[in-house]
Design a protein around this ligand. Structure first.
Ligand SMILES: Cc1cc2nc3c(=O)[nH]c(=O)nc-3n(C[C@H](O)[C@H](O)[C@H](O)COP(=O)(O)O)c2cc1C
Length: 178
């Protein structure tokens, strides 16, 4: 890790969010700006976002479509950001790849702002689409919980164990195809 830029080295995905922290309009604008400048195939920029704050109607509509076990921690995040892609049929895989890059940029920018992000891909897509009244050609792929770091001891015991455990990665040689 020693040669990594601190923004990458210090990024991680907590479940313990500060339930009192709020995102400012400037935070939100900066996060979305980071996503906006991500590269994409043919510069098509297929990503679309919908942001709900913890206590607003949109935030509540996003939260109820997450698995119950994830709602336990996600409800404390300052905001829940739905990442979706849109575009012609047949290019969904490429659009999903582009969306992932945009969200990756956003997570790095979040780290620069002292914010943390935990992404989720397991949620009720049909329910979220209906509850947010998303257009038919917009496919939600990810919900990103965004906020300030909270007290891990406020988590349920099973999540505390996972929160404080060591993070693991494959060794570098395992990434290289031979
Ligand atoms: C595309 C994507 C989907 C994820 N889905 C979930 C999820 O459904 N539930 C969850 O708790 N974490 C989810 N995560 C968080 C990962 O578990 C986490 O990024 C991974 O364990 C690596 O940990 P780190 O981000 O702290 O380095 C997801 C992350 C990504 C990038």
């Amino acid at each position: 890790m020693s040669d990594l830029h601190p923004l990458l080295a210090f990024r991680w995905s907590p479940r313990a969010f500060d339930p009192a922290a709020r995102l400012t309009d400037a935070d939100v604008a900066c996060l979305l700006e980071a996503a906006r400048w991500a590269p994409s195939a043919g510069n098509r920029q297929p990503w679309r976002f919908r942001l709900g704050h913890r206590d607003d109607e949109t935030g509540k509509r996003i939260l109820v479509n997450l698995p119950a076990q994830d709602q336990r921690w996600a409800r404390h995040a300052s905001a829940l950001l739905v990442g979706a892609h849109t575009g012609p049929d047949g290019s969904a895989e490429r659009r999903a790849y582009d969306l992932g890059q945009a969200v990756a940029h956003l997570t790095v920018q979040a780290t620069a702002l002292g914010l943390y992000v935990r992404q989720l891909v397991s949620f009720d897509r049909a329910g979220l689409t209906a509850d947010l009244d998303l257009p038919a050609d917009v496919r939600p792929m990810v919900v990103a919980a965004v906020g300030r770091l909270g007290d891990p001891h406020a988590l349920p015991p099973d999540l505390l164990t996972r929160e404080t455990g060591l993070r693991h990665r494959h060794p570098l040689p395992a990434l290289l195809l031979t």
